[in-house]
Design a protein around this ligand. Structure first.
Ligand code: ADP
Length: 279
């Protein structure tokens, strides 16, 4: 255990043991890199010195008890915390080596590169077609109608929804079932071709069948996107993610390969959480 506790960053420690080549290989795969990220809500220090690398074409799950800072950190990755009054973020987060908190960053563009799917499906009060076409239109990706039609079709196909909605694209998105609405929101995020998709408990409002469908979809989407998912369900983290990060009281306690986090956690707090001693 003592050896384990000395190594809160297992993959980096392991890579270091394997030599600089392995470290460099891992570094090349990191799409989002966070260093010493702190978040304050007024005087409350909600997130404390978070360091993590989020790798390309992987799903990383954020787990931990309620209120430990998972959503707060998720929102740092596309600067959604900017809109919360009294919220202050320090430290550094890069996306493809570009500092996302730099003054040159256009936050609207950033949020197209880093899409977000929320707990409760939130389609716009528009048609299914217009829900998907909205982002491409405002980002000038649409071109003519044909191009836009193609984006709508391919986004709905990638979100596994096309066959269910292709004959009713003009109907309101809000008329779909909960699971379909969440896939619509995923299709909407995909339509602007993001690099990273953030999902904040995307299945918490869904029944088990719709949840299974979204989980399958997440697995397919990781071929093309980097996905970060906050989940309260350890089973879900184990099913969908390649890496897992465990948060506790504002600290990122440890992160690493999902299987290792669930079978041989390094920290007693992780062990306590995954064995159900607290949560
Ligand atoms: P989790 O996602 O792990 O449940 P959160 O990131 O939502 O945790 O919350 C972390 C801490 O920050 C909690 O103490 C919570 O009360 C606080 N917090 C979250 N959002 C806000 C906010 N908008 N204003 C003030 N405090 C907040």
């Amino acid at each position: 255990m003592s050896e384990v506790l000395e190594s809160p960053r297992p993959e980096l420690a392991q890579a270091a043991q394997q030599g600089p080549g392995a470290l460099a290989a891992n570094a090349g795969r990191a799409r989002v890199v966070a260093r010493d990220v702190n978040v304050y809500y007024g005087d409350t220090h909600a997130l404390k010195g978070v360091d993590i690398d989020i790798f390309n074409n992987e799903v990383v799950a954020f787990i931990g008890p309620s209120g430990c800072g998972k959503s707060t950190f998720l929102r740092c990755i596309n600067r959604m915390n900017d809109v919360i009054e009294g919220c202050r973020v320090t430290g550094e987060i890069t996306l493809d080596k570009q500092d996302i908190y730099s003054r040159d960053i256009d936050v609207v563009q950033l949020r197209a590169r880093v899409g977000m799917v929320f707990q409760k499906p939130n389609p716009f009060p528009k048609s299914i077609y217009d829900n998907i076409a909205y982002g491409p239109r405002i980002h000038g990706l649409g071109g003519g109608k044909e191009v836009l039609d193609e984006i709508v079709e391919s986004s709905l196909k990638r979100a596994g929804l096309w066959n269910e909605v292709k004959d009713r694209l003009k109907e309101p998105g809000t008329g779909l079932s909960g699971g379909q609405q969440q896939r619509l929101c995923i299709a909407r995020a995909i339509a602007v071709n993001p690099e990273v998709i953030l999902m904040d408990e995307p299945c918490s409002a869904l029944d088990p069948i719709a949840t299974a469908r979204i989980e399958e979809l997440i697995d397919e989407l990781r071929q093309n996107f980097t996905i970060v998912i906050v989940t309260h369900s350890m089973q879900q983290a184990a099913r969908v993610s390649q890496r897992t990060a465990f948060f506790h009281l504002g600290n990122l306690v440890e992160w690493g390969e999902t299987e290792e986090i669930f079978t041989t956690p390094r920290d007693e707090r992780t062990q306590g959480y995954i064995t159900g001693r607290f949560g």
